[in-house]
Design a protein around this ligand. Structure first.
Ligand code: SF4
Length: 392
């Protein structure tokens, strides 16, 4: 068997390193592709992972999903869903408002965590009109501690636009939906598909991963396919008249079977059709633990944004003084923590999530004020005394 054509900075004398770096399970596969002239190998230089090779994207040698495979994938995936799909509350309705709320809530939030918030939010705001007529502070309260609070601000704005311009109805056209605050192409496509049963194509992280693996191969260390190619493939995949079923099937398959880090390949009904098999498990195992794994949510500013909003939900309407807010947030909260708290509160204010009633004694502003009048500002200033923070 001839050697793979290795090109790039390190040259072909590194083949032994290549041999040891590549997992045995896909080395043969890669070699076969090289030998058949379908891929070439290039060194990736100083990448932190896989300092070895990248195969020439299969799509660049003329990716054209064959209709037989498209049909086989569709039918295997839908059959899988009919047995394994979870009975989730937003799958029992076609109410466009409920679907919109679920899609806004579910992005990057686990299904199990989202369900009680979804139910409570819809119980309080069963229609776009109900949300539009309520003050934003009520919407933030109903959002609870679900996080990603900018979304509720956008949803509130969207509800008001829906009432003003669409008589409180949700438009079914994704091109119209995508112009509303906080609604991107995924949400627009999902609402059209799940509420109106349109044959709309969309890509979320689950669908993107599943299609990539099935048709292009492993998406790690880097995806082969471009977003445009995946979007085109997603459009090809939607079976006419069965968009709802296909959409639910592909999302569910990515969420529970073909997951990002631990796909259940051994028990996968699509393994014979999958371009990522058998190398995907080896590639995933060789990846370093992502930043996410080491990211500590607790103690981060995101964590404290949530804590501030939780405190304000329980506070009187006029809000609480800044210092008191800090004392409720952190044990041992002291004067020197006020600038930090100011940053947290300002970021919330910028997102429209809180109102600051008087910023006269904001830490920095006091210092600036004193400097202007030539007063010394080395002593401890009376930070946070009169400033009150409340929900908008
Ligand atoms: S074989 Fe593995 S990677 Fe391929 S579709 Fe099934 S679960 Fe996903």
């Amino acid at each position: 068997m001839p050697s793979p054509a290795v090109s790039g900075r390190r040259g072909s004398n590194k083949e032994p390193a290549l041999e040891t770096s590549l997992k045995a399970c896909y080395l043969l596969e890669v070699r076969a592709l090289v030998d058949s002239g379908k891929v070439c190998l290039v060194w990736l230089g100083s990448r932190p992972y896989h300092p070895l090779v990248s195969a020439k994207p299969i799509h660049s040698i003329g990716f054209d999903p064959d209709e037989t495979k498209v049909e086989a994938v569709r039918s295997a995936l839908i059959s899988w869903y009919e047995v394994n799909g979870r009975a989730l509350p937003w799958r029992r309705t076609r109410d466009p408002w409920s679907i919109l709320v679920s899609e806004v809530m579910l992005q990057q939030i686990q299904v199990k965590r989202a369900i009680p918030f979804y139910e409570a939010f819809l119980a309080r705001f069963p229609t776009a009109r109900a949300l539009a007529e309520a003050p934003l502070s009520e919407a933030i309260k109903a959002w609870g501690n679900l996080g990603r609070y900018r979304r509720v601000v956008s949803l509130h704005k969207t509800a008001r636009i829906l009432v003003d311009e669409f008589d409180g109805e949700i438009p079914s056209d994704p091109k119209v939906l995508v112009g509303l605050p906080g609604i991107g192409s995924y949400t627009a496509g999902a609402v059209a598909c799940f509420a109106f049963e349109e044959d709309a194509a969309f890509l979320d992280s689950n669908v993107r991963r599943v299609l990539h693996r099935l048709f292009f191969g492993a998406e790690v260390p880097e995806p082969f396919a471009t977003e445009r190619e995946l979007q085109r493939l997603a459009e090809t995949m939607v079976p006419r008249g069965r968009g709802w079923k296909w959409g639910q099937s592909s999302i569910e398959f990515g969420a529970t079977q073909c997951t990002a880090r631990k796909p259940l390949c051994e028990a996968c009904p699509l393994s014979a059709l999958c371009a990522a098999q058998p190398m995907i498990r080896g590639l995933l195992a060789s990846l370093p633990r992502g930043e996410k794994a080491t990211y500590r949510y607790e103690g981060s500013n995101r964590y404290y944004r949530g804590r501030v909003l939780a405190a304000l939900r329980e506070a009187p309407e006029e809000g609480v003084p800044l210092r008191e807010l800090g004392e409720g947030l952190r044990e041992g909260f002291a004067e020197q923590d006020l600038p930090w708290l100011r940053n947290v509160v300002e970021s919330l204010e910028k997102d429209g999530l809180v109102r600051v009633s008087s910023a006269m004694d904001w830490p920095q502003r006091v210092t600036e004020e004193r400097a202007r009048y030539g007063t010394r500002c080395t002593d401890s200033p009376p930070y946070g005394g009169a400033t009150r923070v409340s929900l908008p």
